[in-house]
Design a protein around this ligand. Structure first.
Ligand code: DX5
Ligand code: ZN
Length: 226
């Protein structure tokens, strides 16, 4: 059975105490942090840019997974790689030349991911799945933390897991939006590897404990599966 990871999303953290927030989730044993980049065009919200990634890079050895919710990922991906990103994902919906954008990210020497909005079918990725290191399935419409989980994402994860095994591919499957300890079991059973969690981690009383609870739920779900 696959190794499941919980990825805290710093969008929900207190940016004035970012170093401490990162330390708290590091203590729970996470290996990847999720970093949401929003440009006010592709999504109706603004978040952060390369300087925050650069600051994070100085205080953590964790892998930084940069989720680009921006209109022109080709233009800005290099700055995020330079700032210290280890993984960079681009939205299918933002890329007219998706194959080129994915190759562009890979050429930066980081892992490349492709993201699907809730309204975009898995089939739109059939020609690029062999190129990517991971596929991110949005389980909310991107732009804000704290939204309600859209259950259709589970069906897309199942499809991606099936295609991965049929085609002998290796990509990881990631989910983002509305993930809580309560829906972790269903997500893991659908075949998801990386679960992004913002509010359910950083808006809890103790973020380290919140991550541990989700890790336990994930491991319990993997051990009963198959
Ligand atoms: C949404 C972002 C998410 C966000 C998830 O646009 O891509 O990564 O941080 O937040 P929660 O876990 O609160 O739904
Ligand atoms: Zn995200």
């Amino acid at each position: 059975m696959h190794q499941v990871e919980i990825l805290p999303s710093i969008l929900a953290a207190d940016f004035a105490r970012l170093g401490e927030e990162v330390q708290a989730v590091t203590a729970a044993g996470v290996s990847i942090l999720h970093v949401d980049v929003m440009d006010g065009h592709f999504v109706p919200n603004l978040s952060l840019g390369p300087p925050i990634v650069e600051s994070l890079r100085k205080v953590t050895a964790l892998q930084l997974d940069v989720h680009l919710m921006i209109t022109d990922p080709d233009k800005y991906a290099p700055a995020f790689a330079k700032a210290g990103a280890n993984l960079i994902s681009v939205h299918q919906e933002a890329c007219t030349h998706l194959d080129r954008s994915i190759h562009g990210v890979k050429d930066l020497g980081v892992k490349a991911g492709v993201v699907l909005n809730p309204g975009t079918p898995v089939a739109t990725l059939s020609e690029v799945l062999h190129l990517v290191d991971y596929v991110l399935v949005m389980s909310v419409n991107p732009g804000f933390g704290g939204q309600k989980f859209i259950p259709n994402a589970l069906r897309k994860i199942e499809q991606l897991a099936r295609i991965r095994s049929e085609r002998g591919l290796q990509y990881a499957i990631e989910i983002d939006g509305g993930v809580t300890a309560a829906n972790v079991p269903d997500i893991v059973k659908a075949g998801c590897d990386w679960l992004v969690a913002g509010s359910s981690v950083f808006h809890s009383v103790n973020s380290s404990n919140a991550v541990r609870e989700m890790q336990r739920a994930a491991h319990a779900a993997t051990s009963v599966a198959v």
